[in-house]
Design a protein around this ligand. Structure first.
Ligand SMILES: Cc1cc2nc3c(=O)[nH]c(=O)nc-3n(C[C@H](O)[C@H](O)[C@H](O)COP(=O)(O)O)c2cc1C
Length: 209
């Protein structure tokens, strides 16, 4: 069965632009993949501790040597990595916070980008991604506009970072959809549905690719 892992990040529920667009994507994707399964990973409600010493000690040592604290530190990542690797396609829908990814998404990435699991270190010091054959779509919602070629593009540390980290683990087929000017909705100058509809065609194309 074809599966889509749908990762939502925004805590804003029905007010969220990225969630409205990810729902549209999932609806199109389900139409295209009859019998396909959408796995919902909601980071707003997922408990994600930051990576701390027990995790670091465990992630870079032999599993047979791990104490209970170290095993527990890795377990959440084990589950998230299995979920990620098990899906055929990924959708990440996230806000921009301070020109970058929200901390919750960074915490998720720190758990799933793990040596021996999603990448490996080679003897010559280079790295190889261990996740292959996946396609990803990233929807980024932001108050401002950071379109390619615009003066504001230089401030955008989110899109280049996500492209890099996905590529690092082996996912290079990535489509970005940037939904900007969400401030208009927050200030009541535009309805959420109107703003979302401006990006619906891009979403439909990405979900049908
Ligand atoms: C803590 C925080 C930081 C933000 N930083 C930025 C920013 O750097 N650039 C920007 O354009 N919008 C920024 N915003 C606005 C959000 O990106 C915008 O409201 C977006 O629509 C949120 O996504 P959502 O609608 O899916 O919740 C920020 C919002 C918050 C809450």
């Amino acid at each position: 069965m074809t599966t889509l892992l749908k990762i939502d990040v925004s805590p804003r529920g029905d007010h969220s632009v990225s969630r409205a667009l990810s729902k549209q994507f999932a609806d199109h994707w389900k139409e295209r993949h009859a019998g396909g399964k959408v796995i919902e990973r909601d980071l707003a409600t997922t408990h994600l501790p930051f990576v701390e010493l027990p995790w670091i000690m465990a992630a870079f040592s032999d599993a047979a040597s791990h104490n209970d604290e170290q095993k527990a530190a890795l377990q959440i990542g084990n589950d998230l990595i299995a979920e990620l690797k098990g899906a055929d396609e990924w959708l990440i829908a996230t806000p921009m916070y301070n020109f970058a990814i929200p901390a919750k998404l960074k915490a998720y990435i720190d758990h799933v980008v793990r040596a021996g699991q999603t990448f490996k270190a080679n003897p010559d010091g280079s790295y190889t991604g261990l996740v292959s054959g996946k396609k990803a779509t990233v929807i980024i919602s932001s108050a401002g506009e950071y379109l390619p070629g615009s003066p504001a593009e230089a401030y955008d540390a989110e899109k280049p970072y996500l492209r890099s980290v996905l590529g690092f683990i082996g996912v290079t087929d990535v489509t970005f959809i940037q939904a900007g000017s969400t401030w208009k909705v927050d200030r009541g100058m535009e309805k959420l549905d109107e703003l979302v509809s401006r990006y619906s065609d891009q979403v439909a194309v990405a979900a049908s690719a």
